[in-house]
Design a protein around this ligand. Structure first.
Ligand code: UFG
Length: 335
């Protein structure tokens, strides 16, 4: 019998790509999404890719009744992948209470309802932001957790702490995945990132600039201590990232410890200017950009040690930066 999994935020950017990979691997998927940062037609697009429509509930993880109803109607759900959360760093500084309420409160409500329904497996969307401004790249999972630079980052740290504590107190098993910088889109160009308003992140800003929606990209700082002076990140294709969630589900039942964390990155760092140049090559366009001042709170350079995910999850990122940017551009051109 197919294993049934609840995907919270399953119509969002990483969630939708993960739903596609889960369905391709024969999982039965139930989605809960409140459409706060996506559109309902993503569901039809998932169906176009997979040939099958997943079960979808328009609901909120902060609402215990919504979750109770789903778990009652699908008593065969055995695990949850929890994406549903706010993710804009700058907005979180302006609206900390909303971030704590939604990201931390939502997860506590979810865990409470999972417990009532005897569901003991959760995969959590964490972030490399938990490592803060580290000078130890490649950063591995044993690196210390830093004081968060934003309420958003703090919600990820707090949620990991809650999950770790609950895994000790109960029989909950947790796989926490610390994403580096997810970019790109599904090769079908049917699903991808749908930034609300002006994008904060580099790649959607680049593709919107190339598409003429934004006038000019500002490169935030050229005076960092890196080869070309711009910040370095570990960009990972969202489809590679999605596949890691399938591997994470397969980890349950074999875990050494009921709380495990894995970095998800390629293990390579690229500078902002390398991303810009690679984008210009794959899109055959000239990007309008200027060098501006540093952005407050930016880490100079960070990339992942992926040894643990490679060895234990048996997962490895496969896409090149070219491929990531090619799919991001193909997706942008459909919007
Ligand atoms: N950048 C620009 N111009 C832009 C946007 C970004 O130069 O218009 C630069 C940034 O300064 C940074 C790099 O591009 O050097 C990547 O920036 P992003 O905003 O795309 O990504 P971040 O690394 O800042 O953010 C990511 C995740 C967050 C997470 C954070 C932790 O998106 O969720 O990593 O560091 F909190």
């Amino acid at each position: 019998m197919a294993e049934k999994v609840l995907v919270t935020g399953g119509l969002g950017y990483i969630g939708s790509h993960t739903v596609v990979e889960l369905m391709a691997q024969g999982f039965e998927v139930v989605i809960i999404d409140n459409l706060s940062n996506t559109r309902e037609d993503v569901l039809d697009r998932i169906a176009q890719i997979t040939g099958q429509k997943p079960v979808y509930y328009n609901g909120d993880v902060c609402d215990a009744n919504d979750l109770e109803k789903i778990f009652a109607e699908h008593s065969d759900i055995t695990s949850v992948i929890h994406f549903a959360a706010y993710k804009a760093v700058g907005e979180s500084v302006e609206k900390p209470l909303e971030y704590y309420r939604n990201n931390v409160g939502g997860m506590i409500t979810l865990l409470g309802q999972m417990k009532k329904a005897n569901i003991e497996r959760i995969v959590f969307s964490s972030s490399c932001t938990v490592y803060g401004d580290t000078d130890r790249s490649p950063v591995d999972e044993s690196s210390p957790i830093a004081q968060a630079a934003s309420p958003y980052g703090n919600t990820k740290i707090i949620c990991e702490d809650i999950l770790r504590d609950e895994s000790v107190a109960s029989s909950l098993s947790v796989v926490s995945l610390r994403y580096f910088n997810p970019i790109g889109a599904h090769p079908s160009a049917l699903i991808g990132e749908l930034p609300l308003g002006v994008p904060n992140n580099l790649v959607p800003y680049i593709t919107q600039t190339a598409a003429g929606i934004r006038e000019q990209l500002t490169v935030f700082g050229e005076d960092y201590n890196t080869a070309d002076g711009t910040c370095i990140r570990d960009y990972i294709h969202v489809v590679d990232l999605a596949k890691a969630h399938v591997m994470a589900l397969q980890r349950f039942g074999k875990m050494d410890n009921r709380f495990e964390v894995f970095n998800l990155g390629t293990g390579n760092g690229n500078s902002v200017l390398e991303v810009v140049q690679t984008f210009e090559n794959v899109s055959d366009t000239k990007l309008n950009y200027r060098i501006g001042p540093r952005r407050a709170g930016d880490v100079e350079q960070i990339w992942a040690s992926t040894t643990k995910a490679n060895d234990i999850l048996g997962w490895k990122a496969e896409s090149s930066l070219e491929e990531m940017l090619r799919t991001a551009w193909a997706w942008q051109q459909t919007l």
